[in-house]
Design a protein around this ligand. Structure first.
Ligand SMILES: Cc1ncc(COP(=O)(O)O)c(C=O)c1O
Length: 425
């Protein structure tokens, strides 16, 4: 697929030195050289354009190289690309903090900026542990998390992801053990969770969940009722409720936040990915005033000890503020609902193909689930041959395109999924 003789000089010179993500470097096919991206398209070095079906790991919600975000970052670059956030503050960060607090489920008024989604989760876990310590309950050291969950690649985040079924299996032996239970599917599942919490809540700091959609664990959905039930149980058993909306936040599932769909407010909320419109690395951890208040003390040891070098980087904040401008200017809820209907209706014929287990859609997420054990990785080059960028994993072929995708481009993605799956042997 990559013609070594025609690949750019920077590619052949640099590739032998790069250690690439999530891949067995001995056998993985080489990555595709990209030179540009615009709108919903990725331009390869050989001139081919791929329609992007996964928005750069679900982040490029406004499409690539959006002029409004680019202009905001360029303006900020000319003024102050970076300054430390310890002891200093700047307008892009404080404006963003106020805007996030205003748009998050009511009450999440305190914003802690982080440099990625995984670190937003790390901060959430640290806040939860120290919340109980500061309140005189140091024994609450464990987390309740869910099978097929995924919360990031750093050690703490891996420890609350599914240790058996996730790609992080290799690290299970070196991670703290937390409680991993099946996500409830119905009232009886919630009753099981209730009984579990009756036995274990005393040692638990928080429950952490990806609301409505478990992403990297296999694009699995649960209902708003189940999510609301989980929130109720956290309250009833007096443990904190952490919503990891790094993938689901900013209209991906149809509402601003998936928690909103369920009518709930978490105690701690993690965001990332689409926060900057997918242009810069940044995350944030939001907490309620009640959580925040547990850190206020005359004792310095009660303070939250976290402060990455590039915390609240002004360029990332400028990108995020510009992304929020676009969300305000071009409301997404209606369009995401249209995308959901189109994905559901037009992927549905895949259900009749051999080896397909399920077809489903929620918001701008369309999923075709294959029989376990299917080699979905071998499908990746076939999608490129169809002119689309779609990256199946585990047992799913899924679409999670930029939210600005138009119907024609969406149909090309959907028909590529149908063609490639139908041609599969
Ligand atoms: C739900 C969820 N949490 C956390 C992360 C980690 O975010 P990042 O890759 O920015 O560290 C991801 C990334 O896919 C995610 O989907």
């Amino acid at each position: 697929m990559i013609d070594a003789d025609r690949s750019p000089e920077w590619y052949s010179r640099g590739l032998p030195h790069a250690w690439l993500p999530y891949c067995q470097m001995k056998v993985a096919p080489p990555p595709l050289p990209v030179v540009r991206a615009h709108g919903c398209r990725i331009v390869l070095a050989d001139g081919r354009e791929l329609i992007d079906g996964i928005a750069s790991w679900w982040s490029a919600c406004h499409g690539y190289n959006h002029p409004h975000i680019r202009a905001a970052v360029e303006r900020q670059l000319a003024v102050m690309p970076h300054v430390m956030f310890g002891g200093l503050a700047h307008e892009p960060a404080l404006a963003l903090a106020a805007r996030l607090a205003a748009m998050a489920p009511a009450g999440l008024a305190r914003v802690f900026f982080t440099d990625s989604g995984s670190i937003a989760v790390e901060v959430a876990l640290k806040i939860a542990l120290q919340f109980w310590l500061n309140r005189g309950q140091p024994g609450r050291t464990r987390f309740l998390c869910f099978a097929n969950g995924y919360h990031g690649d750093t050690l703490g985040a891996m420890a609350v992801s599914d240790p058996e079924r996730s790609m992080h299996r290799a690290f299970a032996h070196g991670l703290p053990r937390h409680h991993v239970v099946d996500i409830p599917e119905d009232p009886s599942g919630l009753a099981d969770l209730d009984r579990f919490l009756e036995r274990h809540a005393n040692g638990i700091a928080a429950m952490i969940v990806e609301p409505l959609v478990q992403g990297a664990g296999g694009m699995r959905f649960h209902s708003p009722e189940v999510l609301a039930g989980m929130r109720r149980l956290a309250t009833a058993h007096d443990i904190l409720f952490i919503a990891d909306e790094i993938a689901t936040g900013f209209w991906r599932t149809g509402d601003r936040f998936a928690c909103e769909t369920a009518g709930i407010r978490p105690d701690i909320l993690c965001v990332g990915k689409a926060l900057t419109g997918g242009t810069m690395t940044m995350g944030a951890t939001l907490a309620t005033e009640e959580v925040f208040a547990a850190f206020l003390s005359d004792d310095w040891d009660a303070a939250l000890m976290h402060g990455p070098t590039f915390m609240a980087n002004p360029l990332a904040c400028a990108a995020a503020n510009a992304s929020l401008d676009l969300f305000e200017r071009e409301p997404k809820a209606d369009r995401v609902r249209q995308i959901e209907v189109r994905l559901r209706d037009r992927l549905e014929p895949c259900r009749a193909l051999p080896g397909i287990v399920d077809v489903r859609a929620r918001g701008a997420i369309g999923v075709v689930q294959l029989e376990q054990g299917t080699d979905v990785y071998s499908l990746r080059p076939r999608f490129v041959a169809e002119g689309v960028w779609i990256r199946p994993f585990k047992d799913v072929v899924y679409l999670m395109p930029p939210l600005v995708i138009d119907d024609d481009e969406l149909d090309i993605l959907i028909s590529a999924v149908r063609t490639v799956l139908a041609a599969r042997r």
